[in-house]
Design a protein around this ligand. Structure first.
Ligand code: ADP
Ligand code: MG
Length: 510
């Protein structure tokens, strides 16, 4: 008999919450510090110390709960999960068990443009991260770094609703995008800020009960999630078809060998001897706190994607870039907002040369002004600014040009005061100085020359000096037109209005 197997997957995701300090102490959570320099007495599990809950961790958990339309528990409890590991000096991890802060919720995944598939989220609870064991550079022994111990985690547990590795990856990407855009997790998978355990089982197509699952621990890339699950599915099918049985266990994915290996047999909840932590009070979430968080909710990624694509008409690449880099998106929005606020219709009308633009502005269709601004600003943020930041190894928060000053540059370009090319020159001066774009344009004399009389005079001189080339053009050598544009631009030090130069040149060369 040739059995058709159905794959069943449920995921547990650990997202480190981007709080400044740990979940139960004031120690810093920053990544990459010297080992144990951020390990306070609480992180060390010293006897007699008491944990104090970090309110920001609670807020961030609630933000997540609201984003997945989950019920926020009015009352939730911290529990001790007992197990013995060298990187957990207390001998237990503070987690939540029976009463998690976030209850049932859902989100939708989309694959290849097919209708969205709902994926249930069983719960999300707060817990503390453990430390790290260091195996390198410790000859014959193991080092322990407790900097990470006590970093707040949100563990997000899904229903076993996924039916393929592809769906699982789509789900993990969606959660990643969500927590990153909500600004509750930095999403850095290399640094371990976002990790995933995959529970995988198979059952004959049509069977109601689930098969026995294996759990693959701590997978830290989207690519490995897909590979680990596919490997595990093949392993289980082969095992069962050869008369074997899947055992419930914890497995490890080895990306070098592309295989999963047994780590340990699976603990049951009672192995952990959970009990409410007597050192911590239950958490009450008041209606006022919920209302406050709701009022300040960041925009959800689905809505942002739609707004950028449909209202702003940004390119697909730009939209996806901004969704994957929320701090860039924020810089973009701030610049765009500033641009719109300061945009002066009259000034724009006066300076616009191209008829289509003139009409557009004259009609004063606010939507289109929004689009012009969004596109122009997006191009500068993703173009010059990104290039410059990358070159100097800076994050967008460290940009030497503020959104206000970049908006000033965008406005000058939109008004036609300078061309894109001169804009790059101004950008350099903005980056290295403190003047505003219009000050720079004024003091450096960079303002675009749109005065037709001035342009005409220069064109006349150039035509007179290049009679042979003019003859060639009139004789059918169209390439000569570019030569003349170049000569005029050169004579005008790049400040001539290109549309106007073209228009006058065409007329004079006719
Ligand atoms: P534990 O906490 O011991 O890992 P849970 O019951 O909380 O166990 O389930 C953990 C995850 O395993 C959940 O995401 C759930 O959807 C998933 N899961 C449960 N049963 C199965 C199964 N038979 N096949 C695949 N995934 C499963
Ligand atoms: Mg588990």
């Amino acid at each position: 008999m040739n059995t058709q197997w159905e794959v069943v997957i449920g995921l547990e995701i650990h997202a480190q919450l981007a709080t400044k300090t740990k979940i139960f102490s004031g120690a810093a959570t920053a990544y990459g510090a010297e080992p144990n320099t951020q390990a306070c007495v609480i992180s060390l599990g010293m006897p007699g110390v008491l944990p104090v809950l970090n309110e920001d961790a609670v807020r961030k958990a609630v933000i997540f709960g609201m984003a997945i339309e989950a019920e926020i528990a009015p009352y939730s409890v911290f529990a001790r999960k007992n197990y013995f590991y060298p990187d957990l000096p207390k001998g237990y991890q503070i987690s939540q068990f029976e009463l998690p802060i976030v209850g049932k919720g859902r989100l939708y995944i989309e694959i290849d443009g097919k209708p969205p598939i709902p994926i249930g989220i069983t719960r999300a609870h707060l817990e503390e991260d453990a430390g790290k064991s260091l195996h390198e550079n410790f000859h014959g022994s193991t080092g322990i770094d407790l900097n990470r111990a006590g970093t707040p985690l949100l563990e997000i547990v899904s229903e076993p609703d996924m039916r393929s590795a592809k769906e699982a990856v789509a789900y993990v990407r969606k959660i990643h995008e969500l927590v990153h855009n909500l600004r509750i997790c930095d999403g850095n998978m290399q640094e371990g800020s976002f990790r995933c355990d995959a529970n995988v089982s198979i059952r004959p197509q049509g069977q109601a009960e689930f098969g026995t699952r294996a759990e693959i621990k701590n997978i830290n890339s989207f690519n490995f999630i897909e590979k680990a699950i596919n490997y595990e599915v093949e392993r289980q099918i082969e095992l069962i078809e050869n008369g074997g049985k899947v055992v419930q266990e914890t497995r490890l994915y080895d990306s070098d060998k592309d295989e999963t290996r047994s780590m340990r047999s699976k603990e049951e909840a009672n192995d952990y001897r959970y009990f409410p932590d007597p050192d911590l009070l239950p958490v009450f979430i008041s209606d006022e706190l919920k209302a406050d968080i709701k009022r300040n909710m960041p925009e959800l990624p689905d809505s942002k994607r739609k707004r950028y694509g449909e209202d702003y008409c940004l390119s697909l690449d730009q939209v996806e870039y901004f969704l994957s880099e929320p701090s860039f998106a924020e810089f973009f929005e701030d610049t765009h907002e500033e641009f719109k606020q300061r945009f002066d219709i009259e000034k724009a009308k006066k300076n616009f040369i191209r008829d289509d633009e003139k009409n557009l502005i004259a009609n004063h269709i606010q939507n289109e002004v929004t689009q012009i601004s969004a596109k122009l600003v997006a191009n500068w943020v993703m173009g010059e600014l990104l290039r410059r930041l990358n070159k100097e190894g800076l994050s967008v928060e460290q940009s030497k040009i503020s959104p206000e000053r970049l908006a000033g540059l965008g406005l000058e370009i939109a008004y036609g005061s300078i061309s894109d090319k001169i804009g790059k020159q101004v950008f350099e001066l903005l980056w290295n100085g403190s003047e505003s774009a219009d000050e720079i344009i004024e003091t450096q004399g960079l303002r675009q020359i749109t005065d037709t009389g001035a342009i005409e005079a220069i064109i006349d001189t150039i035509l007179a000096a290049n009679e042979k080339q003019a003859e060639q053009y009139r004789g059918g050598n169209e390439k000569m037109f570019g030569f003349f544009v170049g000569q005029v631009m050169k004579a005008m030090q790049g400040k001539g209005n290109p549309a106007e130069i073209n228009k006058i040149l065409k007329a004079k060369l006719a």
